[in-house]
Design a protein around this ligand. Structure first.
Ligand SMILES: Nc1c(NC[C@H](O)[C@H](O)[C@H](O)CO)[nH]c(=O)[nH]c1=O
Ligand SMILES: CC(=O)[C@@H](O)COP(=O)(O)O
Length: 236
């Protein structure tokens, strides 16, 4: 990480809302409540519509995954370590906001549908969708969605195409830094369903499933880290 980026993160941490960390921990603890335990471990089959998946991605398989640390011969080595997989054991409903770039409208229609199917499979709902001209417009929408107490997480869908200059790279890294900074500031996950930068149209076609990946990741994250005030709102 270069110095400018490190300074930006340091500033974000310094200005993060006071007490947020405590709320996050409380929310995580709440995740193990009776209510959540009741719906634990239900799994719906995942659709396999697209050819390309992130290699080795756990979310992308319905097969039983065997973890090295859980094998009998490894148990002793890990006996004193708490090992968890974020979001596991919870089917808590998660309310998502989705921000989509109009720049590649046809592809985005398909990514949005992939996101919807993934949300449904995960026991989450997409409660709000906002289309923006392109990825550069997404940061303000992400912030707005994270501020909304009726939403638990936000997912951004986009495609940053291969251009002839560094414009796309600049867009991608600027957006990534801001999105992750906002995630830390608000303590709500921001799912990154962005293809590229630098992806050709053919590569983009094969990566529509990045939308579902981002939904599954942010739903799992929200189940563990959703801030207390968003949950409290539900319980009032
Ligand atoms: N070229 C891509 C864009 N460009 C549009 C910008 O995001 C923005 O709307 C414009 O600069 C006005 O502020 N957006 C993408 O999402 N993907 C691209 O490949
Ligand atoms: C990634 C882009 O925005 C792209 O369309 C712009 O192309 P260029 O890098 O040739 O300006």
């Amino acid at each position: 990480m270069d110095r400018g980026t490190a300074t930006m993160f340091a500033r974000a941490r310094a200005t993060a809302r006071p007490g947020h960390r405590a709320r996050t921990v409380r929310a995580a603890a709440k995740g193990s409540s009776e209510k959540k335990r009741g719906r634990a471990n239900e799994r719906a089959p995942l659709p396999r519509e697209y050819a390309h998946h992130a290699p080795g991605s756990v979310q992308e398989t319905d097969d039983v995954v065997r973890w090295g640390y859980a094998e009998p011969e490894a148990r002793e080595k890990w006996a004193n370590t708490v090992i968890t997989h974020v979001g596991d054991g919870s089917r808590e409903p998660v309310r998502l906001g989705v921000c989509v770039g109009e720049f590649h409208n046809k592809l985005m229609d398909r990514m949005l549908e992939d996101a919807r199917v993934a949300a449904e499979t995960m026991g989450a709902t997409i409660d709000r969708v906002m289309w923006v001209p392109g990825t550069y417009e997404a940061p303000l929408v992400v912030e707005n969605m994270l501020q909304d107490p009726t939403l638990d997480a936000c997912v951004v869908l986009g495609y940053i195409e291969k251009g002839s200059t560094l414009h796309g790279q600049e867009m991608g890294s600027t957006f990534s830094i801001i999105a992750k900074q906002l995630e830390l500031e608000y303590g709500k996950p921001v799912g990154m369903g962005i293809i590229g930068p630098g992806a050709t149209a053919e590569q983009a076609e094969e990566r529509v499933a990045y939308a579902g990946n981002a939904v599954r990741a942010s739903v799992r994250m929200a189940r563990t880290f959703t801030p207390a005030e968003a949950e409290d709102d539900d319980e009032r």
